[in-house]
Ligand binder design. Sequence first.
Ligand code: FMN
Length: 277
Amino acid sequence: MHHPADPAALDLANRRYGRDELAQLPDFNATLATLLAHRSVRAFTDQPLPAGTLPLLVAAAQSAPSSSNLQVWSVIAIEDAARKARLAALANHQAHIVEAPLLLLFTADLARLKRVAAQRNEPIAGLDYLDTLLMAFIDAALAAQNALVAAESLGLGTVYIGALRNQPEAVAAELGLPGQVFPAFGLVVGHPDPTRPAAVKPRLPQSAVLHREHYSQARQDAAVADYDAILQGFQATQHLPQQPWSRQAVGRLRGPETLSGRDRLAQALHNRGFTFQ
Ligand SMILES: Cc1cc2nc3c(=O)[nH]c(=O)nc-3n(C[C@H](O)[C@H](O)[C@H](O)COP(=O)(O)O)c2cc1C
């Protein structure tokens, strides 16, 4: 399975596309197998996580690179059933939040460095720039994805919860977030329910996303058309309503009314004490 010449390894890579996209592999290993097999899991058993799981996931998260090592992110681990239910209610009532034993809420956290500066009696006006805020969200995302890969390598299932940005002020109040700590997204972690398995969802062909030497829009139209057909085939196998990706993706961003409250993110950031220029 982990030998590059093994057809099963190539099959795993090509399943990411729902077609033969890669012709050969230079090498293969367990890390690649974990990455390529990713699927979001939205059905969990009530089995608790093995002891020591949370600190291991956080160690993996903290192993991610961090811009200038500023480490401008934090994570809140929520295991209390009633609190998970209240957070699920703020996130479009997504049942998997309640079902899984652990919800990790990743935050963009500028409060820690603000406090360090105050204690040192030093200015820290650099916090008030958009780039610093971006660094915090990037740090949070890299950390979270490391935690996700670690969880999947342990046989656990995960799904991100961007919907925790639908009502960020309420999420912040529920978790006692100080000013300048913003909920970026959640990550649900648990044991996948084997009776309701998730499948690997094909991605856009590489010709849509991979540009060599210079950006090319010319190759994208055919790739999107191909992908529309591939994803509809995938939806059919999953007994999901069939709809071309292009329609689905554009519809998701049709207007402010399709953003589930996130059209007011700039205002929410302002309310949470962020200023950015
Ligand atoms: C930042 C982020 C937020 C997401 N939020 C949600 C969410 O609120 N609910 C959900 O069911 N899936 C959510 N997802 C999962 C995506 O829908 C999923 O990754 C995408 O459809 C691709 O499917 P796959 O992860 O199974 O490959 C989110 C993913 C990301 C990266």
